[in-house]
Design a protein around this ligand. Structure first.
Ligand SMILES: [Zn+2]
Length: 244
């Protein structure tokens, strides 16, 4: 099987974002229903729904989690000095960035701690102006402490859910908590993406971030959102509407 055929197959069997969200909601609702009522018929009904939605949940998210784990352990990245333009940008944003790591075979960028990670494919594809726009977007996530806010926002609800489901099977609890996280974090993650895109517009310009986003998506899936990102077309619309 060729790589393109594998890609086409994965796309074919993939369940779209909105359907994934429905599966997550049904899983969370069925666990809550099961634990909330002691009526045998409700228990029977909710346990069937729970098992089916848990299966579908694993089917939807297993590839994502597996690739994430593989990525975390395999890709250490090659340390590189931060390009001068990015160092100037970070100073302009009143931010300290410790360095940059280039990840092989990746067409994406992200920040972790005070480090900027960039895929080598993206680095090859983008112009310096576009790299700066991606940098400004990622740096804004650090500037506004988006990851920290997400944890503060989600943790109390997760703890409450854990204790209200405590007599369930631990695997079901974990799946339910993950499912809940997918639903609850999506709106806040989308909002953070919007804020980071607007920061890129302010610091670098509309054209640079718009063309960088299109290069990142390779002109595919422009209307398909994910749990972490709004659809590219919607981001482009928000960027157009933003003030320079
Ligand atoms: Zn982002």
């Amino acid at each position: 099987m060729k790589a393109s055929q594998v890609k086409a197959y994965v796309k074919y069997v993939q369940i779209g974002f909105w359907k994934r969200l429905i599966i997550c909601s049904i899983l969370v609702a069925s666990i809550t229903l099961f634990t909330a009522f002691n009526i045998p018929l409700v228990k029977l009904f909710s346990s069937i729904v729970m098992l089916v939605s848990a299966e579908l949940f694993i089917y939807c998210y297993y590839p994502l989690f597996a690739s994430q784990i593989r990525f975390t352990f395999r890709n250490k990245g090659i340390e590189q000095p931060l390009p001068n333009e990015l160092a100037i940008l970070s100073r302009k944003m009143k931010l300290r960035i410790d360095g940059m790591k280039v990840i092989p075979n990746l067409c994406n960028a992200y920040v972790w701690g005070k480090q900027f990670f960039m895929g080598d494919e993206l680095l090859r594809k983008l112009s310096m102006e576009q790299i700066k726009a991606v940098g400004a977007h990622e740096f804004w996530h650090i500037k506004e402490k988006h990851r920290f806010i997400q944890i503060i926002y989600i943790l109390p609800i997760m703890i409450c859910l854990y204790f209200s489901w405590y007599n369930m099977n631990p695997i079901i609890i974990d799946l339910g908590l993950f499912a809940y996280m997918m639903i609850a974090l999506a709106p806040i993650q989308w909002w953070f993406e919007k804020r980071a895109d607007h920061a890129a517009v302010r610091y670098v310009g509309k054209d640079a971030i718009k063309t960088a986003l299109l290069a990142l998506e390779d002109n595919q899936n422009l209307d398909e959102p994910s749990e972490t990102h709004p659809p590219t077309n919607l981001r482009l619309k928000w960027i157009d509407e933003s003030e320079n």
